[in-house]
Design a protein around this ligand. Structure first.
Ligand SMILES: Cc1ncc(COP(=O)(O)O)c(C=O)c1O
Length: 341
């Protein structure tokens, strides 16, 4: 049976153009700084984000881990959103690698409450009180259903952070989804951050890779940490070549993924599921059901893959390898299941 795979946009296969670019890529030893294709990808990323420098990573988790390590000292406290990927889904690298204390705070679908954030920042300086040194945001926000952090909220967070001398890092694994949905260029979002991570391997369809952008000193240090974490790669231009196609050819296409998500959410609501399509502005939908594990099992029996993310929430992610006809098929299956679940 051919499965329609809604588990994540990470399941996307590289496009034929990517495979050709990978085959033809000019390569060199990147640890020695010799890979011209990686250099090209990194310059492209720093131009697009209007940051001084960029660095290619094997994964978003490693790029996030390196960013936190560079921005903090052991024992610092860092503010994270309570449902964020960096806090919940990255193997606890905050404490395992950077040895910082995460201070999770609530949000309105990823938008931080500025008063709450201000209260959270440690103001009293005594030797036994940890120092708050970093705030991390996620845009778009995965576990809030691809929600967008408003640029106004980002600016407020950034201004407040700067008042107290904190760094700001954006986990922008899907920041191009935010940009395509709002029309705001990614460099505008990046203005309000010291560093941004974004993924090439999700909706942009590259097989592997994420980028970290920031100022030159930050990226020089992140390069050292990347090597320490085992992320120094050799003739990695074969992967960077796909990343260049991702950045130059695949961004505008994300709007189709958003249309597919709208069609899915709207269809589910019409069938009678408890869902508000307006909650899902990009390519991720989170559906509340009675029993997520059972629902996902029934979907699978009918050729649909989705991910249970809590006992009563199922996540659907739209992407390049799902067509509008696939959405219709999924809706037909969900229609047939609603009575029995
Ligand atoms: C919001 C967010 N940040 C970071 C990551 C980590 O990326 P990777 O899987 O490349 O480590 C993911 C992966 O799904 C993600 O959704």
């Amino acid at each position: 049976m051919r499965y329609i795979d809604f588990r994540s946009d990470t399941v996307t296969k590289p496009t034929p153009e990517m495979r050709k670019a990978m085959y033809e890529a000019e390569v060199g030893d990147d640890v020695l700084g010799d890979d011209p294709t990686v250099r090209r990808l990194e310059s492209l990323a720093s131009e697009i984000f209007k940051k001084e420098a960029a660095l290619f990573f094997p994964s978003g988790s490693m790029a996030n881990a390196a960013a936190v390590k560079v921005h903090t000292n052991e024992g610092d406290e860092i503010i994270v959103e309570e449902r964020s990927h960096i806090y919940l889904m990255e193997m606890g690298h905050l404490s395992f690698i950077s040895r910082v204390i995460p201070r999770p705070i609530p949000s309105s679908r990823g938008n931080l409450d500025i008063e709450f954030m201000e209260k959270t920042i440690r103001k009293v300086r005594r030797y036994y009180i940890p120092k708050t040194s970093l705030v991390c945001l996620e845009n778009t926000h995965n576990y809030w259903g691809g929600s967008i952090v408003d640029i106004k909220n980002l600016k407020e967070v950034y201004d407040l952070a700067k008042n107290y001398g904190l760094k700001v890092h954006i986990d922008g694994a899907r920041i191009f989804n935010a940009s395509v949905a709002t029309g705001i260029p990614v460099y505008e979002y990046a203005k309000y951050a010291d560093s941004v991570m974004f993924s090439l391997s999700k909706g942009l369809c590259a097989p592997v890779g994420s980028m970290l952008v920031g100022d030159k000193d930050f990226i020089d240090e992140a390069r050292r940490i990347r090597k320490l974490l085992g992320g120094g790669m050799r003739q990695v231009g074969v992967l960077a070549a796909a990343g260049i196609v991702a950045l130059t050819k695949m961004v505008d296409r994300l709007k189709e993924d958003h249309q597919k998500a709208k069609m899915l959410a709207g269809g589910l609501k019409n069938i009678g599921y408890d869902i508000d399509p307006d909650d899902f502005p990009t390519n991720i939908i989170i559906l509340k059901v009675k029993d997520a594990a059972l629902f996902v099992e029934k979907l699978k029996e009918n050729g649909i893959l989705a991910l249970p993310i809590s006992p009563n929430e199922v996540r659907f992610v739209t992407h390049n390898d799902i067509s509008f006809e696939d959405i219709e098929r999924c809706l037909n299956v969900c229609d047939s299941l609603i009575a029995s679940l």
